[in-house]
Design a protein around this ligand. Structure first.
Ligand code: PCA
Length: 221
């Protein structure tokens, strides 16, 4: 049997801990199902982030340093949405509608003081959209990841990729998933989420340019 090369390029998929009193978070279940899988010569590593401002980014930064992944897709739950939401833009705002899992509720605070107002996703979201729809999965481009912990992690991820020389070739972005059937409606089956994320990973590893025509991936001012 061939041993896995420690230098095999990695894909980091993160999901979140349950929050707001829930006992499950489909984002974590979906990425966990892909842990250890191989896609386009890369090995997927799944990790859970705490649904806590600040702490989530500390955990993410440790994961980035440890794995030096070629691709990072952070995944979160968006109750009320019916489709896989390919997030277009991360904004430099924490403005929590509810308390996080540590009881903190920042209002109108920057994620990173002095950083740009926003970053575009580094993922090829339009190509992903087409691929997901062709696979029969509900998918959409979303223009906002909100201002809670998901946007916080999306912004922190894009800022880390933009400002860390060792990660300058790492591609990153964010996808929201709907509720699972047991959480209410609208919902999506776990198998469909997992299938969709796998398609998204393959697209991001094989499509060269993440920016839609006319938009450069990276900071906006
Ligand atoms: N969804 C929340 C935070 C954690 C999660 O899964 C959000 O959309 O911000």
């Amino acid at each position: 049997m061939l041993a896995l090369s420690p230098r095999q390029p990695q894909v980091l998929l993160t999901g979140f801990a349950p929050f707001a009193g829930a006992s499950i978070n489909p984002s974590w279940q979906a990425v966990l199902a892909l842990h250890g899988r191989q896609v386009a010569g890369h090995r997927i590593v799944a990790a859970q982030l705490p649904t806590v401002f600040g702490e989530a980014l500390q955990v993410l930064e440790g994961l980035l340093q440890r794995h030096q992944p070629a691709l990072v897709i952070a995944v979160g739950q968006a109750g009320g949405r019916a489709a896989l939401s390919l997030e277009r833009v991360a904004i430099n705002v924490d403005d929590a509608p509810i308390a996080d899992n540590a009881g903190t509720r920042p209002v109108d605070r920057p994620v990173v003081p002095g950083a740009p107002a926003a970053y575009f996703s580094g993922l090829p979201i339009k190509t992903m959209l087409t691929a997901l729809q062709q696979a029969g999965l509900p998918a959409e481009v979303s223009q906002t990841a909100g201002t809670f912990v998901c946007n916080h992690v999306f912004f922190g991820l894009m800022h880390a990729l933009a400002s860390t020389p060792a990660l300058r070739h790492t591609r990153g972005g964010f996808i929201h998933v709907p509720w699972l059937p047991e959480q209410g409606a609208p919902h999506m089956a776990l198998d469909d989420m997992v299938r969709g994320l796998r398609i998204a990973v393959r697209c991001a590893l094989t499509v060269p340019d993440g920016a839609p025509p006319g938009l450069a991936a990276g900071a906006t001012h």
